[in-house]
Design a protein around this ligand. Structure first.
Ligand code: FAD
Length: 307
């Protein structure tokens, strides 16, 4: 969204163990750190954000686990086994270990190149693997968790622990991880053919570009789609449109004319503009339709730690 202020403390771990140490250090000071992925689903308030922000931006490893190594061990590996990686046939393994800082577009491209199917519908979704897993990013084609087999997380006690898929209860746009922080994910794909998967990626990108303002500054969809029984099958964007919300603005923030679920920064918006516009749009929709929209975007308020 490109609004908001500065972090009081910014920690930049480069691997899962450093991420664990950073979390432990913040908690030892009585601060619950906020975890920053690609920032593609975040609105950060103006001013100085007190406390600790940990960015996973330096944790950009993506590799194929070696077949003769335990998968859990592979997730903790610091060295990229590139020579073996290159030598492995594309039919082998069908898994990536993705550290939380790897960008979702890079992950989608890498899977497509190998002809691995499962995530092509994520084409055009910005952000990183950690945020994608935590938010259970997705769309009408499916969700990030369709390919998650196992996670390496830092738990409530600041320990690195593995979670199998069965130990998690991911829901719609929320993996329900609580205070757990994703360090690394083991992702499992289906074998397909590179041309088919790459065509799928292109197709999803075209569809997304046609209906969403993807080239403008936004935080993606602001609201979750409500229960279809409550909304008569209308999406959050349709509700905003029907309530007359499209095109409304506050300062430099505007509800996109292209898609009612996107608030766009036209270049001069402050976080205060964006948040006021979001609040006004929610009231408008509630007045006109009786439906209270629930936010998908995360808001980091400068008066609350660890929001
Ligand atoms: C143009 C545009 C299009 C979009 N399209 C879609 C779409 O089609 N579908 C969709 O689902 N989303 C979409 N989004 C939203 C966004 O891309 C996804 O939610 C993405 O998964 C956010 O990832 P991130 O790394 O940027 O997370 P951030 O925005 O950095 O963080 C989001 C939340 O995840 C938490 N988090 C981040 N990293 C971790 C971690 N390692 N462990 C635990 N928690 C963590 C943060 O603390 C925060 O609460 C779109 C956004 C934009 C701007």
């Amino acid at each position: 969204m490109r609004v908001g202020g500065a972090a009081q403390w910014l920690l930049e771990p480069a691997d899962p163990e450093q991420l664990r140490e950073a979390i432990e250090a913040a908690r030892a000071e009585g601060i619950e750190p906020r975890i920053l992925g690609g920032g593609a689903n975040l609105i950060i308030e103006d001013g100085v954000l007190p406390g600790v922000v940990i960015t996973t931006d330096r944790m950009q490893r993506l590799f194929r686990p070696e077949p003769d190594r335990a998968l859990g061990e592979s997730m903790r590996m610091l060295e990229d086994p590139s020579p073996r990686h290159v030598a492995m046939a594309r039919e082998e393994g069908l898994r990536f270990v993705a550290w939380s800082g790897i960008s979702l577009p890079k992950l989608v491209r890498s899977a497509a190149k190998l002809g691995w199917s499962g995530l092509q519908g994520l084409a055009g979704v910005p952000g990183n693997v950690g945020g994608g897993v935590a938010m259970n990013a997705g769309g009408s084609w499916g969700d990030m968790w369709d390919v998650v087999e196992r996670l390496l997380v830092i738990d409530e006690n600041a320990q690195l622990v593995e979670l199998t898929r069965e130990q998690c209860q991911p829901g719609y746009r929320n993996a329900r991880l609580g205070r757990k922080v994703v360090a690394s994910a083991l992702l499992r794909f289906e074998l397909s053919d590179p041309r088919t998967v790459e065509e799928g990626v292109r197709e999803y990108l075209q569809k997304k570009n046609a209906v969403q303002p993807v080239t403008l500054w936004s935080a993606g969809c602001v609201w979750k789609n409500p229960d279809k029984n409550l909304s008569g099958g209308r999406s959050a964007g349709q509700l905003v449109e029907q309530a007359g919300g499209k095109g409304r603005s506050v300062g430099g923030a505007i509800v996109s004319e292209k898609h009612g679920n996107f608030v766009v920064n036209t270049g001069t918006a402050s976080a205060a503009d964006v948040l006021r516009l979001i609040g006004e749009t929610e009231r408008l929709v509630a007045d006109k339709t009786g439906i209270q929209l629930e936010r998908e975007v995360k808001v980091w308020r400068s008066d609350l730690a660890g929001a």
